[in-house]
Design a protein around this ligand. Structure first.
Ligand code: ZN
Length: 132
């Protein structure tokens, strides 16, 4: 299994993992790449990396939609908002692969989204399926 592990350093953080994922598809002529994170308080998105304001805006939007400290689950372990953000964002993305390259648009990058950091280790599973 192809796996990426990384630490996170902030409560909310978007980490660009595009180059780490791209390494796994170098030998794939035609296929599909699944990028999945097995965590209940994290997610995967595809969006712009050129300007950091997009990442900040995304985190600010989620914080406005889902404020901290008003959820039933907060009584359990204090991270109700993080679970809701992860559910809305989703744990995975699928990207077509052609001639060894992820078919991302010019302004698209793959991000791991931390909603309950910092964490010593977060895991991302990458699965590549070859097409005939
Ligand atoms: Zn929890």
């Amino acid at each position: 299994m192809m796996e990426i592990t990384l630490p996170t350093s902030k409560k909310y953080e978007l980490i660009d993992i595009t180059e780490k994922v791209a390494r796994f598809v170098k030998d794939i002529k035609d296929g599909i790449c699944l990028v999945y994170t097995p965590h209940a308080t994290a997610g995967i998105i595809i969006n712009e990396n050129w300007d950091e304001s997009v990442q900040d805006d995304f985190i600010n939007l989620l914080n406005k939609l889902i404020p901290e400290g008003k959820w039933k689950h907060d009584k359990i372990d204090g991270n109700g908002a993080a679970h809701l953000k992860a559910s809305i964002v989703g744990p995975s993305e699928m990207i077509p692969v052609k001639d060894g390259k992820l078919q991302l648009g010019r302004w698209q990058n793959i991000f791991f989204c931390e909603f309950d950091g910092p964490r010593k280790e977060r895991k991302i599973i990458v699965k590549v399926v070859k097409c005939m």
